[in-house]
Design a protein around this ligand. Sequence first.
Ligand code: ATP
Length: 262
Amino acid sequence: MIQLRSLSVSYRTPRGTVAALKNINFHIPYGSATAIVGESGSGKSTLLHSIMRLLPPEAMLSGQIIFQETDVTSLDDKALQSFRWRKCSMVLQGAMSSFNPVLTIGRQISEVLVHHLGFLWKEAFEKSEELLKMVGLPKSFLDRFPHELSGGQKQRAAIAMALACKPPCLLADEPTTALDVITQAEIILLLKEITQKNQMTLCMVTHDLPLALSVCDRLAVMHKGEIVEVQTPSGILNNPTHPHTRKLVESIRSIEERGSRT
Ligand SMILES: Nc1ncnc2c1ncn2[C@@H]1O[C@H](COP(=O)(O)OP(=O)(O)OP(=O)(O)O)[C@@H](O)[C@H]1O
């Protein structure tokens, strides 16, 4: 479904260039649930932002990002807007950035439907109600402003908005940052359930290896701008091939061992 071909990204800085992605060749199959894991600064967010063409102006990209036979790197602004809502949408880290603080949740989800699918406002509000229901939020949330929602509720609303145009693919960049552990698990399970039910492709960046192992069917491990290993959860746990993957697995094992000793 998504093919990254020789994808490299560097950032220009006053001190020179930083290579964030180095010649990535990676395939995200249709209908899969892929987790991108790896240490801080390994390039995970850069990878997702490249697919969405959301990189900042100081970023230089080379290579190809093929989404269902279209090279995303060659889309003009209009095609890109349509791509972002109708083909591949993204749930961002910390949902506050997904919303305009002065507009209600209902207005913002409806706006997506009006602009991108040609809904009339009344129909759009009805559809928004349905979308909120799908993510476990009641109708009354349509009239709330973003600051009137908890972190978890905001992330649910952000997922509803990302799903508005029924894109076949959903990307999520650390969708549970700053949430408590129970809410984190609920949000990840919600993402998994919705994408599975609607036969969507899911690709998410997470720092939570145990959660990624339990929810995703493939894990891609990043290290210093490269994808060093792609495996199923059992492969990662039982037969990690790259030293960095082994370290990641050892780190969760040592936490588990410490937990069982206390
Ligand atoms: N706008 C920028 N300007 C300069 N360097 C940047 C910029 N954004 C990211 N980088 C650098 O690119 C590399 C990859 O960053 P990226 O945010 O993709 O990593 P990450 O794996 O998502 O990290 P984290 O898990 O901490 O969010 C890092 O070395 C980072 O410092």
